[in-house]
Design a protein around this ligand. Structure first.
Ligand SMILES: [Fe+2]
Length: 339
């Protein structure tokens, strides 16, 4: 079985017009619009659907207020989908629609679905990259110019929930996700087995099930900032602004989303394969490499440790100790804060 990432994110919302305007302004391409639903399609083939919260076609809510009602994961083939259904039916109700879409709940009661996904990975964009001081990649030409941001793919979704270890066991053990990094005592990053961007799912430890955000991939920092500038001009707000995570290296720009949680432009992920060794990160150190508008946490973000986890993945609860208390056997540390 191979999972190819989020195939569809389905929201239940209060104010369909405002939510539709948000995602139009954000740069998603409208695919269908009716009085009770707006649908957007990204170039990779994934979709974002906005339904009125009381739409009877939606799965029951698992969150308070507006927000996602289902995360549909893309599967590489019908054969894989059928194998997945056989496995899931061992311990939970599974329903299948006439079009083949599968619905169930994960071990945290989050509604998830599965569908065969003919994904079209974004091609190489016409941007040869950064000119380095000692390596010039662009002679006699400027960088690619963007008129507006057009997100190309869904990078990841992020939820908070009480029992992260149980959730991780489900996604790795039943759905083949790979753990890519762990934020000490707080959360676990995972990627689908059919994707190589750093994470397609991040689960963080919170007292109750909460949706944090969905991340959309754009090509470069230029496309990201064109999108950020346009959204600012249209009155949409960002709490944190521009920055780069140290974990994953992703550039980010989060916007408060009226459909629930935040929507993020992101670019320049690390790409990983099965030779990658996950790391255990001090939280602030891993969270931020830098921020355009420094917060009180900005200094803390330069101090910390990332340990390579050579052995079996530890339980999240067992990683909560401070780094100074000792390292896991066989781990190597990368530290910051010496400048
Ligand atoms: Fe993100």
């Amino acid at each position: 079985m191979t999972l190819l990432g989020v195939e569809s994110l389905i929201y239940g919302v209060d104010d369909l017009d405002t939510c539709t305007r948000f995602y139009e302004d954000f740069g998603l391409e409208p695919a269908a619009k009716a009085s009770d639903v707006s649908r957007f399609r990204l170039p990779e083939g994934s979709t974002v659907a906005l339904h009125r919260r009381d739409d009877p076609r939606l799965p029951p809510p698992f969150l308070d207020g507006p927000g996602p009602r289902e995360v549909v994961w893309g599967v590489d083939s019908q054969q894989s989908l059928e194998a997945l259904v056989r496995d899931l039916r061992r311990d939970r109700p599974v329903s299948i629609e006439p079009d083949g879409t599968v619905h169930c709940r994960d071990d945290s009661e989050l509604c998830i679905g599965f569908r065969v996904f003919e994904r079209h990975p974004p091609g190489v964009h016409d941007a040869p990259g950064e000119n380095n001081l000692g390596q010039v990649l662009r002679w006699n030409r400027h960088r690619k110019w963007y008129e507006r941001a057009r997100p190309k793919q869904i990078n990841h979704v992020v939820f908070g929930l009480p029992d992260v270890d149980r959730a991780v066991a489900f996604y790795t053990g039943r759905l083949g996700f790979r753990v890519t990094d762990i934020m000490r005592g707080f959360g676990v990053f995972m990627r689908c087995d059919g994707r190589n961007d750093h994470h397609n799912l991040f689960l963080m430890r919170l007292p109750r099930l909460v949706f944090s955000h969905v991340s959309f991939g754009v090509e470069t920092i230029d496309e990201l900032m064109i999108g950020a500038n346009d959204m600012q001009r249209r009155g949409w707000t960002s709490e944190v602004g521009l920055g780069r995570h140290r974990i994953s290296s992703l550039l980010f720009y989060y916007l408060a989303c009226p459909a629930g949680g935040q929507a993020e432009y992101s670019a320049d992920s690390d790409y990983l394969n099965d030779e990658w060794t996950p790391r255990l990160w001090d939280m602030e150190f891993g969270h931020y490499h830098w921020l355009a508008a420094p917060t009180p946490n900005a200094r803390m973000a330069r101090l910390g440790v990332a340990e390579r986890l050579e052995g079996p993945m530890p339980k999240l609860a067992d990683t909560a100790r401070p780094a100074a208390a000792g390292k896991a056997p066989g781990s190597q540390a990368q530290t910051g804060g010496h400048s």
